[in-house]
Design a protein around this ligand. Sequence first.
Ligand code: FA5
Length: 344
Amino acid sequence: MKEKLTAIQAQAEQAIAAAESLADLEEIRLRFLGKKGELTSLLRQMGSLPPEERPVVGKLANEVRDALETALARAHQDLAREEQERKLAREKVDISLPGRKPLRGAVHPLNHVRRRIEDIFLGMGYTIEEGPEIESDYYNFVALNLPRHHPARDMQDTFYIDEETVLRTHTSPVQVRTMEKMCPAPLKMICPGKVYRKDDDATHSPMFFQIEGLVIDKGITLADLKGTLLLFAREMFGPQQQIRLRPSYFPFTEPSAEVDILCTACNGKGCRMCADTGWLEILGAGMVHPRVLEMSGYDSSQVSGFAFGMGIDRVAMLLYGITDIRYLYQNDLRTLKQFPGGLA
Ligand code: FA5
């Protein structure tokens, strides 16, 4: 038994010295010291020894186990250090490599124009309101004096989700929601946002942006509307700008007008862009229809209001001379880089 013990020790020490990895070491530990390991199995046979030999062999067995455990621990330490060194060498970072310059993002031209428009109206004391893009038929149409089967519903080709629900075709429903919320207090608001129509050509996108404005108070007149829009046009397109109002029709305003600015390409002389008229249409506007005021709870004998609505895409196209609205949605970096605040 003593010889067997010494032989096991010699074998184990040889195996430990030859181990190349921590996994090898673990294998060796199990082979000799594990529950079914060689040393453990040998010790199980101690019972068959004559009683006087047992303490001597027992002592030797303990010494062999201690020696192997120490050898395993030392080898473990050495191999772990070697593995760490190999890993560090493999993962070495070359800090002398020049870095890659990250692309700097920029504000999209449509957001840039929206912010400019918002700033102009914030400066005049307007609040900014928002509402849902999935809207009820009531807020998108009925509350704006467009009952079911009203022929003017055809003015906006609508995406219906079901009989009662639409993708809003304009931001006017936000005006109705704000009127209901604020009634009977006076209000002065704009509402920017995405709107949807079954349109698709060079100047009409199925999803586009609008910004609409509404003012309600005692004694609001068409002169207030005209002054406000002239100030807006001059802030947006330059101090020499002029506006012209042409009679028009919207079910929710009476009277209604289409508003033009001097052509931004020829400054009113007449060119291809303005079809030789010298003017470009930028928005629709009018005095809020008394029925619309009443439906949202206002007393139309006490207060009056004006409203206007414009396409942000249209304003961006006029400002930057963009000929096809689809350029604004393709997100081609070659296009986007050409706008103020475009990518560096
Ligand atoms: C309206 O949507 C009215 N709610 C605006 C309004 C508000 C009038 C308050 C009076 C009082 P209109 O359908 O004309 O109006 O649309 C307004 C603007 O949205 C248009 O002048 C145009 O610039 C823009 N627009 C309309 N359809 C599209 C489209 N498919 N793609 C891009 N812009 C569009």
